[in-house]
Design a protein around this ligand. Structure first.
Ligand SMILES: *Cc1c(COP(=O)(O)O)cnc(C)c1O
Length: 379
């Protein structure tokens, strides 16, 4: 927790749950990545946290942006981004949204299929396009699965087809999976992408850009993640190995690593209960935020937020099951991964979930059970 957030929490009396984000931390995360990978242009993945103050701060730092929808394109423009600095990076887009982004000046688009290429040729003529290849996603706590990307031979053929359709076959992209803690995953993916570059060069197409995606991890509970330099080293070693002195332009699309650790979620204990008289059964602790209030990434207990309570480090602890406040049986946050909370914890206690600045506010439901969407503060 940054001093600025600590002071905000000391003085702010607003109703929980709410998220507070320190924009200076957003900035320092961005600068750390830029320092570690100076050759890569940063396209912030807007979906991680699209709040106007975040986008505005990043515009001020001359960041570029990876948008997943036309609405996200509009958010970037409203924050002052140049349309030339926006990549429409979703491989699944409505034709109408492609046309609207094109009309707004966006000229860089992702695709991974013949169907999407058709749409781009028609509604974004002459644009630069990049093809996403499949990667393995091993080592990622929040894998993006097989939903995106295509096989290498297909990527090659689609890039050739792009040129025939009057588009600019500009680059190859991949994403190694979100919260990826294994730097070697980038080495493998860079090697695969390089094969497509070579294949296309033989066929007379010079690919100019490699998009290394996002996936850079944040620190959550129990997770010692390698420092940003470990990822940068692995990436640059692989780039040199596969491309020598002839490096293509490099793009990265960090989301989580820019905003997660900049945010703290303040929640309140609603109830501490037991289900029987058996003393060895864990207590149930119900927070006023759950899966539907913004903590969707607790699905399968994948993302584990560190929890701070008002009780000191030497408070007596005991095992708990942590759940949200809604009347849905799926609204359990942590049951199997060994959370312990102070025995003295009681209703009304304020509890902080750390590293909560990414993938929370936009995952909040619109009033399920009457609970309002998560409120947000940017300081
Ligand atoms: C979600 C996403 C990102 C951001 O991923 P992080 O793991 O948050 O860094 C980047 N690029 C694309 C195409 C994405 O879908």
């Amino acid at each position: 927790m940054t001093p600025k957030i600590a002071e905000f929490l000391n003085t702010h009396r607003g109703e929980t749950p709410f998220l507070v984000v320190d924009l200076d931390k957003v900035e320092s995360n961005y600068r750390d990545l830029r320092r570690a990978l100076p050759l890569a242009e940063i396209y912030y993945a807007v979906k991680a946290n699209p709040a106007a103050p975040v986008l505005g701060r990043l515009v001020g730092l001359e960041s570029s942006f990876d948008a997943a929808s036309f609405q996200e394109v509009e958010m970037c423009l409203a924050a002052g981004a140049d349309p030339a600095a926006i990549s429409y990076g979703n491989t699944v887009k409505k034709a109408r949204d492609i046309a609207r982004a094109f009309a707004a000046g966006v000229r860089l688009f992702a695709f991974d299929s013949a169907g999407e290429l058709e749409k781009l040729a028609e509604h974004a003529p002459g644009s630069r396009v990049f093809c996403r290849i499949l990667t393995d996603n091993g080592g990622a706590d929040w894998p993006l699965s097989r939903k995106f990307g295509c096989h290498l031979e297909m990527a090659r053929d689609l890039m050739l087809a792009a040129a025939e359709k009057g588009l600019k076959p500009h680059g190859i992209s991949f994403h190694v999976g979100s919260q990826q803690t294994d730097p070697s995953q980038w080495e493998v993916a860079i090697g695969r992408a390089a094969m497509v570059f070579t294949d296309l060069r033989r066929r007379g197409i010079e690919v100019r850009m490699l998009n290394l995606g996002g996936g850079f991890p944040a620190r959550y509970r129990g997770g010692d993640v390698p420092p940003v330099d470990a990822f940068a080293d692995a990436i640059m070693k692989a780039m040199t190995k596969h491309f020598g002195n002839d490096l293509p332009a490099m793009i990265i699309e960090p989301g989580r690593s820019i905003t997660a650790e900049a945010g703290v979620l303040q929640t309140e204990v609603v109830l501490v209960s037991r289900k029987s008289y058996a003393a060895d059964e864990p207590r149930w602790v119900y927070f006023d935020i759950g899966k539907f209030g913004g903590l969707a990434e607790t699905m399968d207990e994948a993302i584990r937020y560190p929890v701070d309570t008002p009780y000191g480090a030497d408070a007596e602890m005991g095992p708990v099951i942590i759940a949200g406040p809604t009347c849905d049986g799926a609204d359990i946050l942590y049951e199997h991964c060994g959370y312990q909370l102070p025995m003295a914890l009681k209703p009304g206690d304020k509890v902080q979930l750390l590293s909560a600045g990414a993938y929370t506010t936009t995952y909040a439901s619109q009033g399920f059970n009457g609970f309002p969407p998560l409120s947000e503060h940017y300081i």
